[in-house]
Design a protein around this ligand. Structure first.
Ligand SMILES: *Cc1c(COP(=O)(O)O)cnc(C)c1O
Length: 460
């Protein structure tokens, strides 16, 4: 074999000419194709110089096809969530309620009243759209929204405690997801973390003793994705709020999920936003797309004196909510404010409050739909225990029903992969060598997608 040389690679013009007639590149504009050819041939040249590769036209076309696909194929697309995890962060957390869609389309395809005061014909505020709704729903003096709850926490800390100490219980120095850690957000906000108490026990006197003239705030964080059990003690928000008033220190609670609908009757013990506000916290923050079931957003509610300051912080501009999310949030909040039974309209609540008998019936229907694949896959209804809240409701494993698939002609992990790579990805989990389709998070309208996906898997 002759020694490989970078000179074996044809010129950019020749390569572009050759590739442009291949159907895979037909839809790719000339400029994009030229960019890819130039970049990939430069990479290949380096590899050849290192003696790690040689020119091969077919291999090069293969690499280019894969890169072209990344441009041509839609990437962020609908998926079927068959995991049973209602608030699945990797699958986009909360699906929006139907009434949001039309309004979202109309507000985005044309101009809108985003920051326009129609009454007086002058500049308005984007906060105006949800201010009253939040006051009513949270029982607070004022409320507004920013980009997400991480932004809300950062903004409040920076406004009320920059350069000052923030007291927080050692048991609440949490990490939520891989990218939100209270100590890191605290340091970026310019506030100084001051831990009080111990991991499992913190008393009111621990906070009391830690207050100095340099204390900017007391922060309480709802441990939304873990529980410390056993020999524990925490201080009620109410007691902290009273201490805050006595010593003139603002008390904030980061609720994480922020429930506006009482899920306790359904076995899910999440604190209500109204309870935190009533406890006397100066400020509470929570997510728009966790248990609230709306778009990504961070909601800040509380006493107007504090909220005025927070809104005026220049960081509020950098962290502001965008118009599409705001529009979806207004319409989600309207459901809570105006509908008798929001749990019938907000998808997240619908899924979390679904009764076992309802879920069993759904599983029966799905299993029936999949009976036509009987010769290649065994499909049976099974009772499962799932974590509907993902990271949001740590110890709330609840009863659900799944259709367990046991393929006869391939391995279960092959089936999992094929469904995952379906044109509409179907995401499911493997348990004890069966693929579980947990119906809690699958809608009836999606049964057809699953059926079609299995059809492609077994009959393609
Ligand atoms: C989820 C969560 C956050 C982060 O909220 P995002 O809306 O994801 O930014 C912050 N604090 C707590 C306690 C949470 O549970």
């Amino acid at each position: 074999m002759t020694k490989a040389s970078p000179r074996d690679i044809p010129s950019i013009e020749v390569l572009v000419q050759k590739l442009s007639v291949i159907p895979s590149f037909a839809e790719l504009p000339r400029a994009a194709l030229t960019f890819l050819v130039r970049r990939e041939s430069a990479l290949l040249r380096k590899e050849i110089l290192k003696g790690k590769s040689r020119w091969n036209e077919d291999d090069f076309a293969q690499v280019l096809k894969q890169k072209a696909r990344q441009i041509l194929q839609l990437s962020l697309v609908k998926a079927v969530n068959a995991t049973g995890v209602v608030l699945h962060t990797n699958l986009g957390r909360a699906p929006l309620a139907k009434p949001c869609f039309d309004i979202l389309r109309r507000a985005s395809e044309s101009y809108s009243t985003l920051e326009y005061d129609v009454e007086n014909g002058k500049r308005g505020s984007r906060h105006a759209h949800i201010g009253e709704l939040l006051k009513v729903l949270c029982g607070a003096e004022d409320g507004f929204a920013v980009n997400n709850n991480a932004a809300a926490v950062l903004l409040v800390l920076n406004t009320l405690a920059e350069g000052k100490e923030v007291l927080i219980s050692r048991g609440e120095l949490v990490e939520i997801g891989a990218s939100f850690r209270i100590p890191d957000i605290m340091s970026k906000s310019g506030a100084v973390l001051k831990e009080v108490g111990t991991t499992n026990k913190t008393k009111l006197s621990d906070y009391e003793k830690a207050i100095t003239k340099n204390t900017g705030m007391i922060l309480k964080v709802h441990p939304s994705n873990f529980r410390i059990t056993g020999f524990t003690q925490t201080v009620e928000l109410k007691e902290l709020a009273a201490l805050g008033v006595k010593r003139k220190v603002a008390v904030m609670e980061d609720l994480g999920s922020g429930c506006l609908f009482d899920l306790k009757p359904y076995g899910l013990a999440e604190p209500l936003v109204t309870e935190s506000v009533k406890s006397g916290a100066a400020v509470v923050t929570f997510s728009g797309d966790k248990l609230l079931g709306g778009p990504q957003a961070g909601i800040i509610a509380g006493k107007s004196a504090y909220l005025e300051k927070i809104k005026k912080n220049p960081l509020a501009r950098a962290l502001r909510i965008d118009k599409l999310s705001l529009c979806a949030l207004e319409n989600t909040l309207r459901i809570y404010a105006l509908k008798e039974n929001p749990q019938d309209e907000i998808p997240v609540l619908q899924m979390l409050t679904a009764s076992p008998s309802r879920l069993h019936e759904k599983a029966r229907q799905l299993a029936e739909t999949l009976q036509i694949f009987q010769s290649v896959v065994d499909a049976r209804i099974e009772k499962v225990s799932s974590l509907p809240g993902g990271g949001s409701l740590p110890d709330a494993a609840v009863e659900s029903y799944a259709v367990a698939l046991h393929p006869r002609t391939m391995k279960v992990n092959q089936l999992e992969e094929k469904l995952r790579k379906n044109i509409v990805p179907v995401i499911a989990r493997i348990e004890k060598n069966r693929l579980l389709l947990d119906v809690r998070t699958v809608r009836e309208e999606e049964f057809g997608i699953i059926k079609h996906a299995l059809d492609v898997v077994f009959h393609a």
